[in-house]
Write a protein that binds this ligand. Structure first.
Ligand SMILES: C[S@@+](CC[C@H](N)C(=O)[O-])C[C@H]1O[C@@H](n2cnc3c(N)ncnc32)[C@H](O)[C@@H]1O
Length: 256
C-alpha cells in the first residue's frame, strides 16, 4: 500500500493533548514537519526522526520534498490545534488527495474551554458561539467588523488578534453595548502560559504593558493568544437546566 501523509491534530502545543490515534501515526513516521514550538514541546516523541519546518518551503518545493520522502515511508505533519479552524494545510491536503489522512485533535478552543472550566454556550446566557479573527474579516466596504459579531448572547472566540488591546476593547464595547467578561489565554499548555481574566472595563489595565498580541514585534506571525469574550465566562450554572432536561428530554429516552 502506498505510504500516507498524516496531518495530525497536535493540540495547542502540550503533547499530553495528542490523541491516541495521533500518537500512533506519529510513532510510525520517520519524517515529521513540525511548526515551532512543536519541535521542542514534542521532543520526546521526535527523537531519531528527521524534522522539517513546513513554513520554510514554498508550496511546490514542499510537495516535491513530501513526494520524495514518501518513497521511504509515511510522513507526518503536526497541525497546531487541528484542521478545523485557521489551519494553512488545506492546499496540501487537497493536492495530495487520497495520500493525505487527517487526524482530528484538540483545538485551542477546546483546550481554552477546559482551562477556564467554562462551556462556551449556556442556555439563557449564550445563544451562539462565534469563531472569528480580525485578520480574516476583510477590509472592503461592507465587510463585517468585530463589533457586528459582538452582540449580547454571543460568545466570541477571537483567534490571531492583531488589534492593540484598547482598540480591541473599544470595538467589543461598541458591539456589546455594555461591560462583558473577557479572558486572554496566552501560550496555553506551553511554558510561559498566562491567563488574564477580567471585563471590558478593566482588561486593558490588567494586561498592562505585556505584549500578548505581538503588537510591538516586527514579526507578522500571530501570537499564541486566544481571546474569549461573553457572559458565559462569568455565569454560574445551578441545577435548573439539568432538571429541565431530565424532565423534558432524557426521561423519554429512558422509557423508550
Ligand atoms: C493559525 S491559528 C491556528 C489555530 C489552530 N488550528 C487550532 O485549532 O487551534 C493560530 C492562532 O490560534 C491560537 N492559538 C494557537 N495555539 C495557541 C496556544 N497554545 N495558546 C493560545 N492560543 C493559541 C492563537 O489565537 C493563534 O494566533
Amino acid at each position: 500500500m502506498p505510504h500516507k501523509v498524516y496531518f495530525i491534530g497536535a493540540g495547542p502545543g502540550d503533547p499530553e493533548l495528542l490523541t491516541l490515534r495521533g500518537l500512533r501515526a506519529l510513532q510510525g513516521c520517520h519524517t515529521v514537519f513540525a511548526p515551532t514550538p512543536y519541535e521542542e514541546t514534542f521532543a520526546e516523541h521526535l527523537a531519531d526522526k528527521a524534522i522539517f519546518v513546513p513554513f520554510e518551503f514554498y508550496f511546490d518545493e514542499l510537495l516535491e520534498r513530501i513526494r520524495a520522502l514518501l518513497q521511504e515511508g509515511p510522513v507526518a505533519f503536526l497541525v497546531p490545534g487541528d484542521l478545523t479552524f485557521y489551519a494553512p494545510f488545506q492546499g496540501l491536503i487537497d493536492t495530495l488527495g487520497e495520500t493525505a489522512e487527517v487526524i482530528p485533535g484538540v483545538g485551542t478552543a477546546n483546550a481554552a474551554s477546559a482551562r477556564l472550566k467554562k462551556t462556551l454556550d449556556l442556555p439563557g446566557v449564550c445563544k451562539s458561539a462565534i469563531i472569528t479573527s480580525p485578520r480574516t474579516l476583510g477590509d472592503e466596504p461592507g465587510d463585517p467588523k468585530l463589533r457586528d459579531y459582538a452582540r449580547p448572547g454571543n460568545t466570541l472566540l477571537i483567534y490571531m488578534n492583531n488589534l492593540p488591546p484598547a482598540e480591541l476593547v473599544s470595538e467589543l464595547r461598541t458591539g456589546y453595548g455594555r461591560d462583558v467578561p473577557i479572558a486572554l489565554v496566552h501560550r496555553l499548555g506551553l511554558p510561559g502560559e498566562e491567563i488574564v481574566r477580567g471585563t471590558l472595563d478593566d482588561i486593558v489595565e490588567k494586561i498592562g504593558d505585556r505584549d500578548f498580541f505581538n503588537i510591538a514585534s516586527q514579526s507578522r506571525k500571530p501570537a499564541l493568544t486566544l481571546v474569549l469574550v461573553g457572559d458565559t465566562l462569568a455565569a454560574q450554572e445551578d441545577g435548573t437546566w439539568w432538571d429541565y432536561r431530565r424532565e423534558n428530554i432524557w426521561q423519554y429516552h429512558d422509557s423508550a
